[in-house]
Design a protein around this ligand. Structure first.
Ligand code: HEC
Length: 158
């Protein structure tokens, strides 16, 4: 290896070590997905809350961390429930929102305005949900968007 090659490699290491990307430490909020479209991605097919969204909240679908771990009275740490009052155990409770979100939690017909969508994408204040990840995939978040675009229907106890 020539002397100049060694010098180049050494300077590259120094530049990397000093680069701001390595020194900035931010709170763990997760990647933020800023793009949002209100339109139903598949108007011919209706999303059924109890069959497609409740299993994601409960952790019946492999992958994402269950919301139930932190937003249920009956299970988990209750970390999210205790900090915000946001209870996900029934659809009725979900629609009441938490101490910051209230009625903004689900705005029927307007998924991008709905705080629950913003929390899933990481664009609302605080951590992206489920806190710490693994997060919902883009397809799973789209189910929530479509359900709200279709009017956010479902029975209270679902
Ligand atoms: C590991 C625990 C944990 C998990 C899992 C979790 N949350 Fe949270 N959640 C929190 C905490 C703590 C807060 C308050 C701090 C914040 O907003 O960053 C919170 C706040 C929220 C809020 C804001 C409520 C308000 O009015 O302030 C929403 C909405 C929310 N979570 C939705 C969800 C959803 C939906 C899921 C599942 C996809 C989920 N959370 C999973 C811990 C959790």
């Amino acid at each position: 290896m020539t002397r100049s090659t060694t010098t180049t490699i050494v300077s590259a290491f120094i530049a990397l070590a000093l680069s701001p990307a390595c020194t900035v430490i931010e709170p763990e909020v997760g990647e933020r997905l800023t793009a949002c479209v209100d339109a139903d991605s598949n108007p011919n097919v209706k999303v059924v809350f109890k069959d497609q969204i409740r299993p994601l909240i409960n952790g019946m679908v492999p992958g994402p961390k269950p919301c139930a771990n932190c937003h249920y009275h009956s299970s988990g740490t209750r970390e999210g429930l205790d900090e915000t009052g946001f209870d996900l155990e029934t659809l009725k409770a979900l629609k009441l929102g938490g101490r910051r979100t209230f009625d903004d939690i689900v705005v029927p017909g307007q998924p991008c305005k709905s705080a629950i969508v913003q929390k899933l994408k990481g664009t609302y204040e605080g951590a992206r949900m489920p806190k710490g990840g693994p997060y919902w995939t883009a397809e799973q978040i789209q189910l929530m968007i479509d359900w709200i675009a279709e009017g956010a229907v479902g029975a209270n106890e679902e």
